[in-house]
Write a protein that binds this ligand. Sequence first.
Ligand SMILES: Nc1ncnc2c1ncn2[C@@H]1O[C@H](COP(=O)(O)OP(=O)(O)OP(=O)(O)O)[C@@H](O)[C@H]1O
Ligand SMILES: [Mg+2]
Length: 303
Amino acid sequence: MLVPRGAHQASQLVGMLPPHRARVIAIASGKGGVGKTTVSINLSTALQMAGQRVLLFDADFGLANVDVLLGLQPRLHLGHVLEGKARLADTLLTTSTGLRIVPSASGSRWLAEMDDTMRTGLIHGFSELASDVDCLIIDTAAGIGGNVLSLAQAAQSVLLVVCDEPAAITDAYALIKVLSTDHRVRNFEVVSNMTRSVSEGRLLFEKLQRVTDRFLDVQLDYAGNVPHDEQMRLAIQQQRPLVEWRPGAPAARAITELAQRVLSWPQPEVPRGHIEFFVESLAAGQGAAPAGHAGAALATARP
Ligand SMILES: Nc1ncnc2c1ncn2[C@@H]1O[C@H](COP(=O)(O)OP(=O)(O)OP(=O)(O)O)[C@@H](O)[C@H]1O
Ligand SMILES: [Mg+2]
């Protein structure tokens, strides 16, 4: 393909500009069903409504469902990008608030199976979008499989969702342990979800912090509490984010506050605060944490 001289010069110039800064936040949990996708969708929407340009990456490759929860029908998804059949920009879905979503496809194991061409395609796809994105939110799968570890390691911040169930705390601990000991992730933000009171949320955080303080070299910060809210279920039936459908609902107000807190976090450092850095780390980190390793870690990581 012939590239006009001016366009070529322009693209060289873009390559010389400092990369645009963005917040890159992985939402993770250890245990399944604690509200990662719910928090991801609502936090992304709240940030978008606060004037940020947000990209929500559905990175639950086992049970991708962000699009389903929002009633969107992707024509193309990340699998097509990795196969070289589509540009990342062409897969994006946009909600009524302007939030953009990178849909994934259920049942895929791409990250572990990526070859060099796929990696280059992925890096190129995200780089093309990077200048237009202030926050990249990544909804990850449950557990401590290789994909989750790679995504959390490459992100700038890890936001852990916990709820008041014994397994939610032990599994969050397992994830923190393997990320800190094997992947050098030291800082974690924690949000309590589906609680019956603000104090229950705070107690949950303190419980988790007590064991991490005792056994691990990590820093945990409490990002906030999202109460159990019946309207969350109704919003899902409407296939709309609660923060947009019923902004006054208790859980919506809590997630809007969470979004404000996220915006008050220090601006991302260079180079970690770049989407390009995230994708390159993601691609480079493959093979560092094969599935067998993660499985073994789960068996040994409990306090
Ligand atoms: N604050 C809340 N109040 C009431 N219900 C909630 C709240 N947060 C999440 N839920 C409900 O909990 C269920 C699980 O939520 P969600 O799918 O977000 O969890 P998940 O951690 O993403 O699960 P998975 O590990 O399977 O990906 C959903 O039915 C959701 O509506
Ligand atoms: Mg989910």
